[in-house]
Design a protein around this ligand. Structure first.
Ligand SMILES: O=C(CO)[C@H](O)[C@H](O)COP(=O)(O)O
Length: 217
């Protein structure tokens, strides 16, 4: 069970210090938005390059942009360990996943809530992780969408015994993480639940324990 906090709701003017508040996180999840694929604008490659210089944490990049084929490889070259692109935006997803892997990063594909997993079943062999959005992409602090739970179960079935991580992103909290874990997720993005808590690192531990407990029965 991996907890990968999103810095979307952290203090973006103090990113290095905000990231240092979650030493027990399994990775730092960075949301790149371009005000085109989603109606919000966050940060881009120069900021990720700066973050790379300030932390040894694993960097988990989530590209919510219209042209990931053009930009995703640059994030791998910048030292990110994982690069996720949206299947709704990629022009050549197989070539893109292979290029990300060739550059030494884990390749991952994301699906918005309405996108069925079945249409990318034949791409599973090309990626190291599947990210299922459990809110509409674009903003932190939204309510978890229960309608995605059957898709989490279906994705887990399609993954089978392959070593592909299943990440959920959006509205993940102490209240919702158990449902995600029971459905088959093993990697959890939590933004506001972590950064709006008094002790973000303690929240990371609590979320991981809650997910583990949900899978134990
Ligand atoms: O990708 C995202 C939004 O598009 C964010 O990672 C996600 O929403 C995390 O924030 P929160 O846990 O507050 O929902």
């Amino acid at each position: 069970m991996r907890i990968t906090p999103s810095i979307l709701n952290a203090d973006l003017a103090n990113l290095a210090s905000e990231i240092s508040r979650i030493p027990d996180a399994d990775a730092v999840h960075i949301d790149v938005m371009d005000n085109s694929f989603v109606p919000n604008l966050t940060l881009g490659l120069p900021v990720v390059e700066s973050i790379r210089r300030h932390t040894d944490h694993i960097l988990d990049i989530h590209l919510m942009i219209t042209d990931p084929d053009r930009w995703a490889p640059a994030y791998a070259e910048a030292g990110a360990e994982s690069v996720t692109f949206h299947v709704e935006a990629a022009h050549a997803p197989v070539r893109l996943a292979r290029e990300i892997r060739r550059l030494g990063a884990r390749a991952s594909m994301a699906l918005s809530p309405a996108t069925p997993i079945e249409i990318v079943e034949n791409l599973l062999g090309e990626v190291d992780m599947v990210l299922l959005m459990t809110v509409e992409p674009g903003f932190g602090g939204q309510a978890f969408l229960d309608m995605v739970l059957p898709k989490i179960r279906a994705t887990r079935r399609l993954i089978g015994d392959r070593d592909i991580w299943l990440q959920v992103d959006g509205g993940v909290s102490a209240e919702t993480i158990a449902r995600c874990a029971e459905a088959g997720a093993d990697t959890f993005v939590a933004g506001s639940a972590v950064y709006r808590s008094a002790d973000p690192n303690a929240m990371v531990t609590m979320l991981r324990e809650t997910a583990q407990a949900a899978c134990a029965h």
